[in-house]
Every structure is written in structure tokens, then in C-alpha cells.
Write a protein that binds this ligand. Structure first.
Ligand code: ADP
Ligand code: ZN
Length: 732
């Protein structure tokens, strides 16, 4: 053997991969998917080995070392990473760094590997003396050995007996790598066997057929809230395991959906299926362990949030995306990928079935179905013939509330509490009030770093920015007119909690928002309180709308449907429809039917009427027409070019210059260049922000244009940054 040439993606902002010489001494350790240390300029950086190439090694720089004992991903992921890098216009090394568990990207060594003592029987065993020793031997035979901890768990303090068995040659001891238990903090959840309904059966039959086909088959599982999508997920996963292949399950945010993970654990824990949960709540050591267990082929089912789409699982037969419409599948900074879109790509590359599940599919997903690009698996009814909740709009122009809640909603809450049933209230604003306002001159107190009013927190007596966390003591006098009448204006969850406590002093009220759930375990406590019916009313931001299954909830109230509708974003209607349909779907999931009350100043709005009628199709048709007129997705494709910096003049100048450059490039190509315009949040965390929108019905034309971005970016002056967001979701 002699030195070889390897192709390496370095963790640096470079578009291309580089070639290095792999010295003979590292040959046995280095594999595709290995993390390496390589020289780059005068530094050494982390790189990822993507392939071996036939090329002279003489002029090449040498790989310094191999960082992990085994590769972190297999060969099949290499084209996936490369495609993603190209599509999202992002450096390949950065793509891989984002994909790997956090903490591994830098130059650091791997987190420590835990060792534990493991005891097993030697093959020559005869009969030991004494009942205790015999029992130990039997145990070790049945379980093919055990760790010291497992043995202690079974027999108590038996170290002496173990020693003696060892001395007599019955038992041997070894050091074994210990897996940290990634489940330690998650509830197990119960798994009651159910008989699938007719529509669950037909969905499962379709999945089964696709699995047998072993080719890329995208499908939309469109199940109304409470239709039993989870059971379809669980059984589909069983189907793929039965066929000797593996499953990748993506959920929006693990921390917010513990019930679903619990059900997977409960179902598969006793079926010899090895399950790994990848989520941000794990320590970096736990994440590293799970990741490597997946890479070694020891895992059959991976469940995780967005970044799990990169899990190094081989032989994937099924990729499941729960709540596929959820905005959290799109990464908002750095490598801005969309996990659902990448799932479709990965499914295609690895010949897997991809099931997208939702009660309110993304417009683009349902459009795929209509175009015949995805199969349609409907679950049109709730399980056991339970009715969808009755939805009623409360017209606030007729029924002006004294505080936050209109009469109808107050009475309904009282009534529900007296009946001993649970209620849920959605108010998508944190704090006590969104503004502190001068009653004399109307000035609000704004964040000095962001283009936004500071939120008023009454209990803490604080004004705080929800974007950058800047905080200030509330002034007694208006900074503009020195008036002394500063009033909290509008309503947040803290104020709603106060009003509810006054309305129903005997009720147990839980509040779920980012402020009450920041401490570890606090979110889980609220969920447990709801499940055990200790909490009568749960109020909160959109966190309360996430896929919870609380059978005791019969009343859902939406405090204000309008703010979300009026958001300056072309997806505002889609987001509002899905948020309201989801939160409405929390009502009446048990034996008692549910009821939903929505407060609005605009009761004629088509979004609200579609929510009230549980009518996804009408919403879809209406919204699709608007999108077509405006050339927005799914008809046109968008790329957002964001320009930001500390100096407003420089940012504006750079944005103008970039827009002109895009215009010149787009000459004769079917791409529209819009802007530059200030971002809806024109200033954020001290940075001025402008955006240029590239829009086209032709993806190839767009991608052609993006190839020039590296060159254009080089001309952006110092102190200003420019970045690209392909298929943007948030355009604040
Ligand atoms: P979705 O995710 O579609 O809103 P879930 O999967 O949470 O609905 O199911 C709603 C409830 O119905 C759960 O409590 C679940 O255990 C129950 N369920 C699901 N399938 C069946 C079935 N075939 N028979 C009886 N109950 C079922
Ligand atoms: Zn701020």
C-alpha cells in the first residue's frame, strides 16, 4: 500500500471539496464518513472524508489525523449532502457540520466514551456451589451476560458471589462501552392495543403496498384531528421493520410532543426494535452516543426533530414526517434547509416510502397530491365516530369584552369548570401586554436594538424585547412628553391568567408559554397536570396547539384570531388556518363532544369560516387562487437574499448594489427581482436589514442565478453581510 488521495469537505465557507494526501499510516482508520483534521492555509481545520480519488498525491497536503474511531456516516449520505449543499447554495462542509450532532463540528475531540463493567459466562461452565451462585449463573445464561448495574438491580449486593464465580472460572468480566440512556427524561407512555378503523386500514394497506414496491413513493396522510394518525405511524413502522428495513420518524419539536415519542417507545420497547431519539435536550455526549449507534447499524428506528433527517441510517424503507406543515422543519439560520423537502429527496435517493402526515397539510404538499406527485391517504373522520367540535365565531364588534374575554367565552368557561371538564385557551402573545403606551401622546417604548415595541411583564415589573432579550425598568413618565400615565395596552398570556383567576378563583389554571417552560421539566409538568386532570384550564401561546391528546378537554377558546391573520407575510392565512384548526382539534377528543369559541373583529374572513366549517378544501382552493395571481408558491419559487449590518447607510447601499447586480444577471432570464425593501423587522438585534426577493416559476433559472452568488457576495463591503435563503418560510 501507498499513500492515497482523498476528497474532503472542510468545515469552512468553501463551495468546493478539496483533495488531500492520506498517508499510509492512517489508511486503516480513515473511511468515507470519517472526521479528519486537515491543513487549510496556515491553520488546521476539521474535514469530512467524502471519497477516494485516483490522482497523484505528490503535490497534495497531508491529512493530519483521523478524529473518530469509526466513520460518522456512510457512503449513501454523500450524494445527499452534496445535493443539499448545491440546492441551498451553502458550503458543503458547513452542511455536514450542521448535520452532525452539535459539538462535533468544531475541532474538539469526541465527547468521552463511558465504560461499564460487563459479566458473562464462560463456555466451559459446569455446576457452581450454592443457590445464590446458581441463580446468578442462570441469569447470565438467560440474558447473555449483564452489566454490574443490571445484576445489582436483580440481586442486590452480590459482588462477592460474582468474584467467587470469577475465581472458579465460571464468569468472565470485560469493559464495555456504555450507552447513555437518551430516554432517561422522557415519559414512557402507555400503549393500549387498538383495532384499526376502516380508514386506518386502507391507509396502512397503501403504505404496505408502497413498502413492497421498494421504490420512492411519497404519500400524504391527511387525517383530521383525532383521526388516529399515530396508530397509522406505529403500524407503518412495524410494517417496514417486518420487511427488514428501517424507519426514520421526524416530529416538529421533541420537547413539545413528548406524548408521541412516548407511544413509540411503549410500542417498540418490547418488540426487539432498537430505537434512538435524537433531540436537542440531550447532552452532547448522549447525542454522540446515539448518533454513533445509528451509524454502526445498531438502530432500527430513529425519531428526531428537524436535524434527524441527516441521521446516518442505512437501509431506510420509510420516512415519516409528523405535522409536515409545521414551520419548525425549516432551519432559520446558517444552513437554512427544510427537513420535509430534504426527506422527499432522501426518500428518492434511497428508494424509500415517504409519509407526510397532517390535519392541515401545507399548501405545497396538497398541491403535490393534486398534481399526482403524491398519493392521498385520507382519514376523514375522528376515531370511534366521534364528532369534530362545533366551532363558533364571536364577533367582537358586537360583543365588546370588558377585559380580554367576551361574555360568551366567559360563560362557557364558567359552565365548563362547573361541569368538571377541562378547557384550553390560545393567546399567541407572551407577557402581560404587548405595549406600554403613554395615554397622553400615544408613544410606545421600543427596543433600542430591534424595530419592535417592548413587551410589558407585570409580575417582574419589566419591559423586555421578545427578540433580543433587552430589558428595561418600566418608566413612570413618558420619555417623549413626560406625561405620567403609562398604560399597558393589549393582552398577553400573563394578563389573561390574571383575568381568569379573577373569573374562576377556584379553578386550577396552568400557563404554557416560553416564559413558564424555560426550566427543565416544567413543560412536562403542565402536560402531566392536564393528562391527570389536575389542571382545569390551560392557557398559552401556540405551544398549547401542538398535537396533545387530552381527552378531558371539551372547550377551546381562541382569544384573538386577527393578529395572526394580519401578519405581513403571504403565508399568514395558511399559518392561521393551520394554527386554529390544530387548536380546535384539541377539543372533544374523549367521550364528551367538544366546542370551540373564536373571538374576532373580522367574522366574515374566509380563513375563519373555513376553520368553523372544518373545511380544508375550501381554504385550499381559495388560497391557491390568491397564490396563483401573485405568483407565490406552489406556483412561483422564491429565494430571499438578506442584507444586514450595523450601519444603515452601508446596508442600504449594499442592498441597492446587489439588487442591480441581480437585475443585470436576470436580464433575459425568467426571474423577477423584487426590492431591495426593508425586512418587516427592519432592525433586529442592532442590525439593519434589507431583503431582495428572487421569484420565478422556473427553478432551473433561479438556480442558474444563484451560482453567481459567491462572486456577488465578495463585492459586498466590509461590515455588511449577505446571505441566501432558498424557499424561505419566515420573511420577517
Ligand atoms: P391524531 O394524531 O390524528 O390527532 P391520535 O393519533 O392522537 O390522533 O389519536 C386520537 C386518539 O384515538 C388517541 O387517544 C388514540 O389512542 C385513539 N385511537 C387511535 N386509533 C384508534 C382505534 N383504531 N380505536 C380506538 N382508539 C383509537
Ligand atoms: Zn430587541
Amino acid at each position: 500500500m501507498s499513500d492515497q488521495t482523498v476528497r474532503v469537505a472542510v468545515a469552512a465557507p468553501l463551495r468546493k471539496t478539496l483533495h488531500y494526501r492520506l498517508p499510509e499510516r492512517l489508511m486503516t482508520q480513515a473511511k468515507i464518513g470519517s472526521r479528519l483534521r486537515v491543513p487549510l492555509g496556515r491553520r488546521t481545520v476539521v474535514g469530512y472524508l467524502l471519497g477516494f480519488v485516483k490522482e497523484e498525491t505528490i503535490s497534495l497536503k497531508e491529512v493530519v489525523e483521523v478524529l473518530d474511531p469509526a466513520p460518522l456516516f456512510g457512503e449513501s449520505l454523500v450524494p445527499f449532502f452534496e445535493w443539499a449543499a448545491d440546492y441551498y447554495c451553502h458550503p458543503i462542509g458547513e452542511v455536514i457540520r450542521t448535520a452532525l450532532p452539535a459539538g462535533l463540528g468544531g475541532a474538539g475531540r469526541e465527547p468521552g466514551i463511558l465504560k461499564e463493567r460487563f459479566f458473562f459466562l464462560r463456555p466451559l461452565a459446569g455446576k457452581p456451589r450454592g443457590a445464590k451462585q446458581q441463580a446468578l449463573v442462570d441469569y447470565l445464561r438467560q440474558h447473555s451476560g449483564g452489566t454490574l448495574e443490571q445484576i445489582k438491580g436483580q440481586f442486590g449486593e452480590v459482588y462477592d458471589s460474582l468474584r467467587r464465580l470469577q475465581q472458579q472460572g465460571f464468569v468472565e468480566e470485560s469493559q464495555r462501552e456504555r450507552q447513555r440512556d437518551p430516554f432517561a427524561d422522557l415519559p414512557a407512555g402507555a400503549d393500549l392495543p387498538v383495532e384499526p378503523s376502516a380508514s386506518q386500514r386502507s391507509a396502512l394497506a397503501a403504505v404496505e403496498e408502497a413498502l413492497d414496491d421498494q421504490s420512492f413513493r411519497p404519500m400524504l396522510l391527511h387525517g383530521v384531528t383525532g383521526s388516529g394518525k399515530t396508530e397509522v405511524y406505529l403500524r407503518s413502522v412495524q410494517q417496514v421493520l417486518d420487511r427488514g428495513r428501517k424507519a426514520l420518524v421526524l416530529v416538529p419539536e421533541i420537547a413539545l410532543t413528548p406524548q408521541l415519542v412516548g407511544r413509540f417507545r411503549a410500542r417498540f420497547a418490547n418488540r426487539n426494535a432498537r430505537l434512538a431519539v435524537l433531540h436537542s435536550g440531550l447532552s452532547s455526549g448522549e447525542r454522540y452516543d446515539s448518533w454513533r449507534a445509528v451509524a454502526r447499524g445498531e438502530i432500527d428506528i430513529v425519531i428526531g426533530a428537524r436535524s434527524a433527517i441527516f441521521a446516518p441510517l442505512e437501509n431506510i424503507g420509510l420516512i415519516l414526517i409528523d405535522e409536515e406543515h409545521d414551520g419548525s422543519y425549516k432551519q432559520g439560520d446558517g444552513f437554512r434547509y427544510h427537513a420535509r423537502d430534504l426527506a422527499l429527496l432522501r426518500g428518492k435517493m434511497q428508494h424509500a416510502t415517504v409519509v407526510l402526515g397532517s390535519a392541515t397539510p401545507a399548501l405545497t404538499t396538497f398541491y403535490r397530491v393534486q398534481k399526482g406527485q403524491a398519493a392521498y391517504l385520507p382519514l376523514a373522520e375522528r376515531i370511534l365516530g366521534r364528532p369534530l367540535p362545533e366551532v363558533q365565531l364571536i364577533d367582537l364588534t358586537e360583543q365588546r369584552p370588558e377585559g380580554i374575554l367576551a361574555e360568551t367565552l366567559r360563560l362557557a368557561l364558567q359552565d365548563n369548570f362547573e361541569k368538571g371538564e377541562q378547557s384550553l385557551l390560545l393567546l399567541n402573545r407572551r407577557g402581560f401586554a404587548p405595549f406600554l403606551l403613554c395615554a397622553d401622546c400615544g408613544v410606545t417604548i421600543r427596543c433600542p436594538n430591534c424595530e419592535i415595541a417592548l413587551t410589558y411583564y407585570q409580575k417582574q415589573r419589566l419591559l423586555r424585547c421578545n427578540y433580543c432579550d433587552f430589558a428595561l425598568l418600566p418608566p413612570d413618565h413618558c420619555p417623549a412628553c413626560h406625561g405620567c400615565d403609562m398604560v399597558p395596552e393589549g393582552a398577553g398570556t400573563e394578563r389573561l391568567e390574571e383575568e381568569l383567576a379573577a373569573l374562576l378563583p377556584d379553578a386550577v389554571i396552568g400557563r404554557m408559554d416560553r416564559d413558564t417552560t424555560s426550566r427543565k421539566g416544567s413543560h412536562q409538568k403542565l402536560i402531566d397536570g392536564m393528562s391527570a386532570r389536575r389542571i382545569d384550564i390551560l392557557l398559552g401561546t401556540q405551544m398549547v396547539a401542538k398535537g396533545h391528546d387530552f381527552p378531558g378537554v371539551t372547550l377551546v377558546g381562541v382569544v384573538n384570531a386577527d393578529s395572526a391573520l394580519n401578519f405581513p407575510d403571504f403565508r399568514a392565512a395558511e399559518r392561521t388556518f393551520s394554527l386554529l384548526a390544530q387548536v380546535a382539534g384539541r377539543a372533544g377528543r374523549g367521550e364528551q363532544p367538544g366546542r370551540v369559541l373564536i373571538q374576532t373583529y373580522d367574522p366574515g374572513h374566509y380563513v375563519l369560516n373555513c376553520v368553523a366549517g372544518h373545511d380544508y378544501r375550501s381554504f385550499y382552493d381559495e388560497e391557491l387562487n390568491l397564490r396563483e395571481v401573485l405568483g407565490y408558491p406552489p406556483f412561483g419559487h422564491l429565494v430571499n437574499c438578506l442584507i444586514a449590518g450595523n450601519d444603515e447607510q452601508r446596508v442600504m447601499a449594499a442592498a441597492e448594489q446587489l439588487a442591480q447586480a441581480w437585475q443585470d444577471l436576470a436580464n433575459g432570464i425568467p426571474v423577477e427581482i423584487l426590492g431591495p425593501a426593508p425586512c418587516p423587522l427592519s432592525r433586529l438585534r442592532g442590525k439593519w436589514r434589507r431583503q431582495i426577493l428572487l421569484k420565478s416559476t422556473n427553478r432551473l433559472a433561479l438556480r442558474h442565478l444563484l451560482r453567481h452568488f459567491d462572486r456577488l457576495r465578495k463585492e459586498v463591503p466590509a461590515g455588511v453581510s449577505a446571505l441566501i435563503d432558498v424557499d424561505p418560510v419566515d420573511m420577517f
